[in-house]
Ligand binder design. Structure first.
Ligand code: NAD
Ligand code: LMR
Length: 337
């Protein structure tokens, strides 16, 4: 006998008439790539997404959208290929997730991607400042530490900057820290939450194990190695993929988690907190990652960095000069254009 299948998308349709908004238009820029495809898949499965626009410069992007459109969820998927279709892809989007651009190869730093990816981000934000200036922007493209300042400068030039709506996605650092702590301490990683602050490159990634929930004890002789593993986890994947790109599947998971949190905030759910890289006055650098409360306007409240132990304070003091450099590089580059 056939059992009755209850599909999650029906929930979205039923909630359509309630006062809470449950239907969001999401555009993925870079949707045909290693991250973009599985990320679009996860968004197609998310009942909060009712329209999914897949944009990429790759000519086969409409094929990716066609493929996704056969999945039995209620959202409508459209594909957009080529820069001439960017404006249509972005038009009136609520949320824009951006994994467009080149990934690392072994031996490269994230900063080595600046030359290729700065102009990708600039082009997308110049168009977004016209097509969807009020969207929430989630930037995955590396180097995140410079790309978020680039995006903000471009929006500022167009008189459209709302810094509460521009996020650098550092969720993968939190996901990794949770996983590694879970493995080390024998706890389900799903139940672990390790805040990770600073930025998203090497020493700018600062995991706060002292603030993990539930409370965990990391043996003193393992703390350095665990910290380094989180800081170098991206490189671990780049090396393991031997020239075939960087993290894609775990990033798609992390990007979908962050986009879901953004939409939960937009629809007015309370207590939605994520660590992310945002314009900030929490430290001396103008962009910094730490826990923020997400809400109807995007960033509802910056929760700051909280109490740090001496080890973590030292990590932050090492991160700051590097962040300063990477932020200035992005800002100066836009000003020089
Ligand atoms: P990929 O090469 O597999 O895919 C990138 C896609 O972007 C391609 O389909 C390409 O056609 C598209 N693209 C290139 N230029 C474009 C443009 N101007 N407009 C629209 N689309 C464009 O790379 P990937 O593995 O998906 O990685 C994408 C980016 O995400 C890289 O910069 C990578 O370093 C970064 N990344 C960030 C994190 C993070 O934690 N924030 C994690 C992993 C990867
Ligand atoms: C990651 O952390 O996996 C990404 O930033 C990709 C990379 O280049 O390491």
């Amino acid at each position: 006998m056939l059992s009755r299948i209850v599909r999650p998308t029906l929930t979205a349709a039923r909630n359509f008439s309630t006062s809470q908004q449950n239907n969001y238009k999401v555009t993925v820029c870079g949707a045909a790539g290693g991250i973009g495809q599985p990320l679009s898949l996860l968004l197609k499965l998310n009942p909060l997404v009712t329209e999914l626009n897949c944009y990429d410069i790759a000519p086969f992007t409409p094929g990716v959208a066609c493929d996704l459109s056969h999945i039995e969820t209620a959202s409508k998927v459209k594909g957009f290929a080529g820069q001439e279709s960017l404006k249509d892809a972005l038009n009136s989007a609520d949320v824009v997730v951006i994994p467009a651009g080149v990934p690392r190869k072994p031996g490269m730093t994230r900063d080595d991607l600046f030359g290729s990816n700065a102009s990708v981000v600039k082009t997308i934000f110049e168009c977004a400042s016209v097509a969807c200036p009020d969207a929430i922007f989630c930037i995955i493209t590396n180097p995140v530490n410079s790309c978020v300042p680039i995006a903000c400068e471009v929006l500022k030039k167009a008189n459209k900057l709302n810094p509460r709506r521009v996020f650098g996605v550092s969720t993968l650092d939190i996901v990794r820290a949770n996983t590694f702590v879970g493995e080390m301490c024998g706890v389900n990683p799903k139940e672990v939450n390790v805040p990770v602050i600073g930025g998203h490159s090497g020493i700018t990634i600062v995991p706060l194990f002292s603030r993990a929930t539930p409370k965990v004890t990391i043996p003193a002789d393992k703390l350095d190695a665990l910290t380094k593993r989180v800081q170098e986890a991206g490189t671990e994947v780049v090396k393991a993929k031997v020239g075939h790109g960087s993290a894609t599947l775990s990033m798609a998971y992390a990007g979908a988690r962050f986009a879901n949190s953004v939409m939960r905030g937009l629809k007015g759910e309370s207590n939605v907190i994520e660590c992310c890289y945002v314009q900030s006055d929490v430290t001396e650098v103008p962009f910094f990652a730490n826990p923020v409360l997400l809400g109807k306007g995007g960033l509802e409240k910056n929760l700051g960095i909280g109490e740090l132990n001496a080890y973590e304070k030292d990590l932050v003091s090492k991160a700051i000069p590097e962040l300063k450099k990477e932020i200035a590089k992005g800002v100066d580059w836009v000003k020089s254009q």
